[in-house]
Design a protein. Structure first.
Length: 445
């Protein structure tokens, strides 16, 4: 309930499909275990039947035939209730007729399970009750929609008591084909009772939506790892049979991916659907993203894709940002957001990191006689180091013989003032009354 509470219309459909896949997988596993134990009805039915069998011996007082026929019986319990039991009643379920015992009591009308009165009637008449033909079709395992997939999982044949419920492998494979599912999904008519949802992927073999990687590189690496494992299992440690299995699965996956891409391309060419729970601002941003990704520019005879809405710091990792801060004489501790905030304090750094093309950075390195090779982070680091090193360098004065600093940071200015004060104090002790710095002390500074 909490999983579906905060879902929108689009995400709610995906979450419903995810829950359906998980539940179908659990049902298939439970049905496979019941088929291996050769069960014919559900555990719910068996539990209530055992409970009602005890009540048949403690609550039922009398049991008599009605007339000379063995079909109808009149049963009375200790609570004063008198009910009528029909041993050969005809019921219709999903368009098919079944002949089963029924009763007028509340137990039967509520659960459709052998009640204490039916159990007592079959005990007195010495007829066998625990046969599959006496079970209401609502509780038959063969009527479960996931029963064919349970048969395929446990690799056992189906029961042949009811020919209309016996499944065949050819019919299941036909239902599982992508074309059959596409035709069923496009149809708006109601499905009949013998059609099941065939587009079900077991959750143990499917990558869930919340575990899917966000970036393209992680998706590619994940698929490469799975491909390597498949080749190792099917070819290196396998035989001809395992090779055929992998080849068939990969061919089928390739065909399904091509079909999905064609459907996605057709949907992109069509206009956007109506606004279902999303604001116009969100839809407008989607259009802007599509237009920015499709925008291309020519430079040097080559077509290059320009992403205008991409964050300029996205291509740099945390270690690169720390190197930039160290080159700018800034603190290198803190989170990624704090480092970016420190870098944006300087206009030169902000403009330099906003360059989206490497050709501009290489041109700036060429103008400053710097190396042009390396990645984008290397180019930025060289430009930052050159800029801040030049800005704090010492240049000689042209109008006097004394050396002066072009620009200092606060620590260097404080140190320079302290040295100047020491030199002036030394000159005063030596008898220099003017208080100026001697000319022969300039080089020492």
């Amino acid at each position: 309930k909490s999983y579906m509470a905060d879902a929108t219309l689009s995400t709610g459909i995906e979450r419903c499909l995810k829950i359906t896949r998980v539940q179908d997988h659990k049902c298939t596993a439970m049905l496979a275990l019941l088929r291996q134990d050769e069960r014919r009805w559900s555990c719910f039915f068996q539990h209530h039947y055992e409970e009602f069998a005890i009540k048949a011996g403690t609550d039922v007082i009398s049991c008599e035939r009605i007339g000379d026929s063995d079909q109808f019986w009149m049963v009375q319990d200790k609570f004063g209730h008198t009910v009528k039991v029909n041993k050969s009643a005809t019921v219709v379920h999903l368009g098919h007729r079944y002949t089963i015992p029924i009763c007028d009591c509340g137990f039967w009308c509520t659960w459709y399970i052998w009640c204490p009165h039916i159990i007592r009637v079959y005990t007195v008449s010495e007829d066998k009750l625990e046969v599959v033909t006496n079970v209401h079709p609502f509780h038959l395992l063969q009527n479960h929609p996931m029963w064919p997939y349970a048969m395929k999982k446990c690799n056992l044949p189906d029961y042949d008591d009811f020919p209309h419920l016996t499944w065949s492998s050819s019919s299941v494979e036909k239902d599982c084909s992508p074309s059959t599912y596409a035709a069923e999904s496009e149809s708006t008519t109601a499905a009949t009772s013998n059609i099941t949802n065939t587009n079900v992927l077991p959750s143990q073999y499917y990558n869930q939506f919340d575990a899917m990687p966000d970036d393209e590189a992680s998706k590619v690496n994940q698929l490469r790892e799975l491909s390597s494992q498949c080749v190792s299992v099917a070819v290196t440690f396998g035989n001809d049979t395992t090779y055929r299995i992998l080849h068939g699965r990969l061919t089928q996956a390739l065909a399904e991916c091509k079909s999905a891409n064609e459907s996605r391309t057709a949907s992109i060419e069509n206009p956007l659907p109506p606004n279902h729970g999303r604001s116009r601002r969100k839809r407008k941003s989607d259009l802007d993203n599509k237009s920015s990704l499709s925008f291309r520019s020519r430079r040097g005879g080559k077509r290059k894709q320009v992403r205008t809405n991409q964050c300029p710091y996205r291509q740099f990792i945390l270690a690169d940002l720390k190197k930039f801060c160290r080159a700018c004489n800034k603190k290198v501790s803190g989170t990624r957001a704090e480092l970016i905030e420190r870098l944006e304090e300087d206009t030169f750094v902000k403009d330099l990191l906003s360059c989206s093309e490497d050709d501009l950075l290489r041109q700036k390195c060429r103008d400053l006689s710097l190396l042009e090779n390396g990645a984008t982070s290397d180019l930025v680091l060289r430009l930052l180091s050159e800029h801040f090193q030049t800005r704090t360098s010492v240049t000689p004065a042209t109008n006097s013989g004394q050396g002066q600093m072009q620009e200092f940071n606060p620590q260097q200015q404080q140190m320079f003032q302290m040295i100047t004060s020491l030199i002036q104090a030394q000159g005063a002790l030596q008898g220099n009354t003017s208080g100026d710095i001697p000319d022969n002390k300039t080089d020492t500074v």
